[in-house]
Design a protein around this ligand. Structure first.
Ligand code: G1P
Length: 291
Protein backbone atom coordinates (compact mmCIF):
# COMPACT_ATOMS: atom_id res chain seq x y z
CA UNK A 1 0.00 0.00 0.00
CA UNK A 2 2.44 2.86 -0.28
CA UNK A 3 0.20 5.60 -1.49
CA UNK A 4 0.81 9.13 -0.35
CA UNK A 5 -1.40 10.81 2.28
CA UNK A 6 -3.22 13.56 0.36
CA UNK A 7 -6.50 13.98 2.22
CA UNK A 8 -7.37 15.10 5.74
CA UNK A 9 -10.73 14.47 7.38
CA UNK A 10 -11.94 16.99 9.96
CA UNK A 11 -14.80 15.60 12.07
CA UNK A 12 -16.82 18.70 12.93
CA UNK A 13 -20.31 17.41 13.59
CA UNK A 14 -20.17 17.52 17.41
CA UNK A 15 -22.47 19.68 19.50
CA UNK A 16 -19.77 21.41 21.54
CA UNK A 17 -21.60 21.01 24.83
CA UNK A 18 -18.37 21.57 26.80
CA UNK A 19 -18.38 25.18 25.65
CA UNK A 20 -22.00 26.16 26.28
CA UNK A 21 -23.48 28.74 26.13
CA UNK A 22 -21.02 30.08 23.49
CA UNK A 23 -21.72 27.08 21.26
CA UNK A 24 -25.51 27.20 21.35
CA UNK A 25 -25.54 28.89 17.94
CA UNK A 26 -21.87 29.22 16.98
CA UNK A 27 -20.12 25.98 15.93
CA UNK A 28 -17.34 25.24 18.42
CA UNK A 29 -14.93 24.95 15.49
CA UNK A 30 -15.59 28.66 14.82
CA UNK A 31 -14.65 29.89 18.30
CA UNK A 32 -11.76 32.31 17.95
CA UNK A 33 -8.35 31.53 19.38
CA UNK A 34 -6.90 35.08 19.43
CA UNK A 35 -8.25 36.04 15.98
CA UNK A 36 -8.67 32.80 14.04
CA UNK A 37 -11.35 30.12 14.35
CA UNK A 38 -9.83 27.02 15.91
CA UNK A 39 -10.55 24.93 12.80
CA UNK A 40 -8.34 27.22 10.72
CA UNK A 41 -5.32 26.24 12.82
CA UNK A 42 -5.90 22.60 11.87
CA UNK A 43 -6.45 23.45 8.21
CA UNK A 44 -3.24 25.51 8.10
CA UNK A 45 -1.37 22.64 9.76
CA UNK A 46 -2.66 20.19 7.13
CA UNK A 47 -1.77 22.48 4.22
CA UNK A 48 1.70 23.17 5.62
CA UNK A 49 2.20 19.38 5.69
CA UNK A 50 1.28 19.05 2.00
CA UNK A 51 -2.35 17.89 2.31
CA UNK A 52 -4.27 18.71 -0.89
CA UNK A 53 -7.87 17.87 -0.06
CA UNK A 54 -9.79 18.62 3.10
CA UNK A 55 -13.03 16.88 4.03
CA UNK A 56 -15.18 18.48 6.71
CA UNK A 57 -17.72 16.18 8.32
CA UNK A 58 -20.36 18.65 9.40
CA UNK A 59 -23.88 18.64 10.75
CA UNK A 60 -26.85 20.87 11.48
CA UNK A 61 -25.92 24.45 12.39
CA UNK A 62 -22.37 24.29 11.03
CA UNK A 63 -22.98 26.59 8.05
CA UNK A 64 -20.65 29.31 9.39
CA UNK A 65 -17.73 26.98 8.74
CA UNK A 66 -18.61 26.67 5.06
CA UNK A 67 -19.00 30.44 4.76
CA UNK A 68 -15.67 31.01 6.49
CA UNK A 69 -13.71 29.00 3.91
CA UNK A 70 -15.70 30.45 0.99
CA UNK A 71 -15.29 33.75 -0.83
CA UNK A 72 -17.09 36.65 0.87
CA UNK A 73 -17.92 39.04 -1.99
CA UNK A 74 -19.41 41.79 0.17
CA UNK A 75 -16.53 41.79 2.63
CA UNK A 76 -13.85 41.62 -0.07
CA UNK A 77 -15.49 44.39 -2.14
CA UNK A 78 -15.81 46.65 0.92
CA UNK A 79 -12.20 46.06 1.97
CA UNK A 80 -11.05 46.78 -1.59
CA UNK A 81 -13.10 49.99 -1.80
CA UNK A 82 -11.67 51.19 1.52
CA UNK A 83 -8.12 50.32 0.44
CA UNK A 84 -7.63 47.84 3.30
CA UNK A 85 -5.21 45.68 1.34
CA UNK A 86 -3.79 43.66 4.22
CA UNK A 87 -7.21 42.62 5.52
CA UNK A 88 -8.31 41.82 1.98
CA UNK A 89 -5.31 39.51 1.69
CA UNK A 90 -6.30 37.77 4.97
CA UNK A 91 -9.86 37.25 3.76
CA UNK A 92 -8.89 36.05 0.26
CA UNK A 93 -6.22 33.68 1.55
CA UNK A 94 -8.75 31.72 3.61
CA UNK A 95 -11.01 31.04 0.63
CA UNK A 96 -8.16 29.86 -1.57
CA UNK A 97 -6.46 27.66 1.01
CA UNK A 98 -7.36 24.20 -0.20
CA UNK A 99 -9.87 22.04 -2.02
CA UNK A 100 -12.58 21.47 0.55
CA UNK A 101 -15.45 18.98 0.48
CA UNK A 102 -18.29 18.75 2.96
CA UNK A 103 -20.10 15.63 4.08
CA UNK A 104 -23.08 15.92 6.32
CA UNK A 105 -23.24 13.63 9.35
CA UNK A 106 -26.94 13.65 10.07
CA UNK A 107 -26.61 12.63 13.71
CA UNK A 108 -23.52 12.86 15.92
CA UNK A 109 -22.95 9.11 16.26
CA UNK A 110 -19.31 9.12 17.30
CA UNK A 111 -15.89 9.74 15.83
CA UNK A 112 -15.75 6.37 14.06
CA UNK A 113 -19.01 7.16 12.32
CA UNK A 114 -17.74 10.62 11.32
CA UNK A 115 -14.64 9.08 9.71
CA UNK A 116 -16.77 6.47 7.95
CA UNK A 117 -18.77 9.32 6.36
CA UNK A 118 -15.63 10.19 4.32
CA UNK A 119 -15.31 6.69 2.80
CA UNK A 120 -16.75 7.49 -0.65
CA UNK A 121 -14.59 10.59 -1.05
CA UNK A 122 -11.35 8.88 -0.03
CA UNK A 123 -11.52 5.44 -1.60
CA UNK A 124 -8.46 3.25 -1.37
CA UNK A 125 -5.83 5.64 0.02
CA UNK A 126 -4.28 6.37 3.40
CA UNK A 127 -5.60 9.58 4.92
CA UNK A 128 -5.20 11.90 7.89
CA UNK A 129 -7.78 12.66 10.58
CA UNK A 130 -7.52 15.97 12.43
CA UNK A 131 -9.74 16.73 15.42
CA UNK A 132 -10.13 20.52 15.29
CA UNK A 133 -10.46 20.89 19.10
CA UNK A 134 -6.86 19.77 19.48
CA UNK A 135 -4.76 22.76 18.49
CA UNK A 136 -1.08 21.85 18.27
CA UNK A 137 1.74 24.36 18.32
CA UNK A 138 4.75 22.65 16.77
CA UNK A 139 7.95 23.56 14.91
CA UNK A 140 7.00 21.02 12.20
CA UNK A 141 3.25 20.50 11.68
CA UNK A 142 2.19 17.56 13.84
CA UNK A 143 0.37 15.83 10.99
CA UNK A 144 3.47 16.32 8.81
CA UNK A 145 5.64 14.58 11.43
CA UNK A 146 3.19 11.67 11.33
CA UNK A 147 3.06 11.56 7.52
CA UNK A 148 6.82 11.09 7.57
CA UNK A 149 6.43 8.13 9.94
CA UNK A 150 3.75 6.68 7.65
CA UNK A 151 6.01 7.03 4.60
CA UNK A 152 8.71 5.03 6.38
CA UNK A 153 6.59 2.34 8.04
CA UNK A 154 3.43 2.18 5.90
CA UNK A 155 1.18 1.53 8.89
CA UNK A 156 -1.43 3.62 10.68
CA UNK A 157 0.01 6.22 13.06
CA UNK A 158 -1.70 7.71 16.13
CA UNK A 159 -0.42 10.86 17.83
CA UNK A 160 0.23 10.35 21.53
CA UNK A 161 1.38 12.34 24.52
CA UNK A 162 2.15 11.43 28.12
CA UNK A 163 -0.63 12.25 30.57
CA UNK A 164 0.05 11.79 34.27
CA UNK A 165 -2.64 10.79 36.78
CA UNK A 166 -6.42 10.36 36.54
CA UNK A 167 -6.74 12.89 33.68
CA UNK A 168 -5.83 9.99 31.35
CA UNK A 169 -9.47 8.82 31.65
CA UNK A 170 -10.54 11.55 29.22
CA UNK A 171 -8.59 9.96 26.34
CA UNK A 172 -8.11 6.90 24.23
CA UNK A 173 -5.06 5.18 25.76
CA UNK A 174 -2.42 3.22 23.90
CA UNK A 175 -0.89 -0.10 24.96
CA UNK A 176 2.46 -1.03 23.48
CA UNK A 177 6.21 -0.88 23.81
CA UNK A 178 8.53 1.93 22.88
CA UNK A 179 10.57 1.18 19.78
CA UNK A 180 14.20 0.31 20.54
CA UNK A 181 15.63 2.64 17.89
CA UNK A 182 13.18 5.56 18.11
CA UNK A 183 11.93 6.66 21.54
CA UNK A 184 9.06 8.65 19.94
CA UNK A 185 7.66 5.50 18.34
CA UNK A 186 5.42 2.89 20.00
CA UNK A 187 4.62 -0.50 18.53
CA UNK A 188 0.96 -0.57 19.39
CA UNK A 189 -0.51 -3.76 20.84
CA UNK A 190 -3.88 -2.44 22.02
CA UNK A 191 -5.88 0.61 23.07
CA UNK A 192 -8.83 1.50 25.28
CA UNK A 193 -11.23 4.42 24.93
CA UNK A 194 -11.51 6.48 28.12
CA UNK A 195 -10.46 3.80 30.63
CA UNK A 196 -10.71 4.16 34.40
CA UNK A 197 -7.40 5.47 35.76
CA UNK A 198 -6.61 2.10 37.39
CA UNK A 199 -7.26 0.27 34.13
CA UNK A 200 -5.31 2.51 31.75
CA UNK A 201 -2.74 0.37 29.90
CA UNK A 202 -0.13 3.17 29.81
CA UNK A 203 0.35 6.93 30.19
CA UNK A 204 0.25 7.41 26.42
CA UNK A 205 -2.94 9.31 25.58
CA UNK A 206 -4.12 9.36 21.98
CA UNK A 207 -4.40 12.94 20.71
CA UNK A 208 -6.56 14.13 17.83
CA UNK A 209 -4.23 13.40 14.91
CA UNK A 210 -4.30 10.09 13.04
CA UNK A 211 -2.94 8.63 9.81
CA UNK A 212 -5.14 5.70 8.88
CA UNK A 213 -5.01 3.11 6.13
CA UNK A 214 -8.22 2.61 4.11
CA UNK A 215 -8.68 -0.80 5.75
CA UNK A 216 -10.33 1.12 8.58
CA UNK A 217 -13.50 1.69 6.52
CA UNK A 218 -14.54 -1.97 6.17
CA UNK A 219 -13.81 -2.42 9.87
CA UNK A 220 -15.85 0.60 10.96
CA UNK A 221 -18.74 -0.67 8.86
CA UNK A 222 -18.89 -3.82 10.93
CA UNK A 223 -17.79 -2.43 14.32
CA UNK A 224 -20.59 -2.14 16.84
CA UNK A 225 -21.48 0.92 18.86
CA UNK A 226 -19.17 1.08 21.91
CA UNK A 227 -18.70 3.45 24.87
CA UNK A 228 -21.58 5.94 25.16
CA UNK A 229 -23.64 4.30 22.38
CA UNK A 230 -21.33 5.74 19.74
CA UNK A 231 -19.20 4.24 16.99
CA UNK A 232 -15.77 4.82 18.51
CA UNK A 233 -12.77 5.35 16.27
CA UNK A 234 -10.62 3.75 18.98
CA UNK A 235 -12.62 0.49 18.75
CA UNK A 236 -12.20 0.52 14.96
CA UNK A 237 -8.43 1.04 15.17
CA UNK A 238 -8.21 -1.73 17.77
CA UNK A 239 -9.84 -4.09 15.26
CA UNK A 240 -7.51 -2.81 12.51
CA UNK A 241 -4.60 -3.78 14.74
CA UNK A 242 -5.54 -7.44 14.34
CA UNK A 243 -4.90 -7.12 10.60
CA UNK A 244 -2.18 -4.47 10.25
CA UNK A 245 0.60 -2.74 12.16
CA UNK A 246 -0.40 0.39 14.08
CA UNK A 247 2.06 2.82 15.65
CA UNK A 248 1.87 5.44 18.36
CA UNK A 249 3.99 8.53 17.79
CA UNK A 250 4.87 11.02 20.51
CA UNK A 251 4.83 14.17 18.41
CA UNK A 252 7.06 17.13 18.99
CA UNK A 253 4.97 20.14 20.00
CA UNK A 254 2.43 21.36 22.51
CA UNK A 255 -1.24 20.42 22.37
CA UNK A 256 -4.16 22.50 23.65
CA UNK A 257 -7.72 21.29 24.07
CA UNK A 258 -9.43 24.36 22.63
CA UNK A 259 -12.85 22.68 22.82
CA UNK A 260 -12.69 23.07 26.59
CA UNK A 261 -13.04 26.39 28.41
CA UNK A 262 -9.86 26.09 30.46
CA UNK A 263 -7.87 24.66 27.53
CA UNK A 264 -8.99 27.57 25.37
CA UNK A 265 -7.83 30.05 28.03
CA UNK A 266 -4.41 28.36 28.16
CA UNK A 267 -4.12 28.39 24.37
CA UNK A 268 -5.22 32.03 24.20
CA UNK A 269 -2.52 33.13 26.62
CA UNK A 270 0.24 31.14 24.92
CA UNK A 271 -0.69 32.11 21.36
CA UNK A 272 -1.23 35.77 22.30
CA UNK A 273 2.20 35.93 23.96
CA UNK A 274 3.77 34.78 20.70
CA UNK A 275 2.15 37.46 18.56
CA UNK A 276 4.75 39.98 17.42
CA UNK A 277 2.25 42.86 17.22
CA UNK A 278 1.15 42.70 20.88
CA UNK A 279 2.96 39.83 22.64
CA UNK A 280 5.13 42.09 24.80
CA UNK A 281 2.22 44.35 25.71
CA UNK A 282 0.15 41.29 26.65
CA UNK A 283 2.99 39.90 28.79
CA UNK A 284 3.19 43.19 30.70
CA UNK A 285 -0.58 43.16 31.11
CA UNK A 286 -0.57 39.60 32.52
CA UNK A 287 2.21 40.51 34.93
CA UNK A 288 0.23 43.52 36.14
CA UNK A 289 -2.88 41.37 36.68
CA UNK A 290 -1.19 38.67 38.75
CA UNK A 291 1.16 41.00 40.65
C1 G1P B 1 -11.57 11.78 21.13
C2 G1P B 1 -11.13 10.33 21.01
C3 G1P B 1 -10.13 9.97 22.09
C4 G1P B 1 -8.95 10.94 22.04
C5 G1P B 1 -9.45 12.40 22.13
C6 G1P B 1 -8.29 13.37 21.88
O1 G1P B 1 -12.30 11.93 22.31
O2 G1P B 1 -12.28 9.49 21.09
O3 G1P B 1 -9.66 8.66 21.89
O4 G1P B 1 -8.07 10.66 23.10
O5 G1P B 1 -10.45 12.67 21.13
O6 G1P B 1 -8.68 14.69 21.96
P1 G1P B 1 -13.24 13.21 22.62
O7 G1P B 1 -12.32 14.25 23.19
O8 G1P B 1 -13.84 13.63 21.32
O9 G1P B 1 -14.24 12.74 23.61
Amino acid sequence: MSKRVRTAVFPAGGLGTRFLPATKVIPKEMLALVDKPIIQYGVEEAIAAGIEHIIFITGRGKGAMEDHFDISYELDATLERKGKRELLEVSRKISSMARISYVRQKEPMGLGHAVLCAKQLIGDEPFAVILPDDVIDAPTPCIGQMMKVYDELEGSVLATMTIEGPAISAYGVLAGAQDASNPRLYNCTGMVEKPKFEEAPSKQAIIGRYILTPGIFAILEKTGFGAGGELQLTDGILALLREEKVYGYTFEGKRFDAGDKFGMLQATVEFALKRPEFGERFRAFLQSVIA
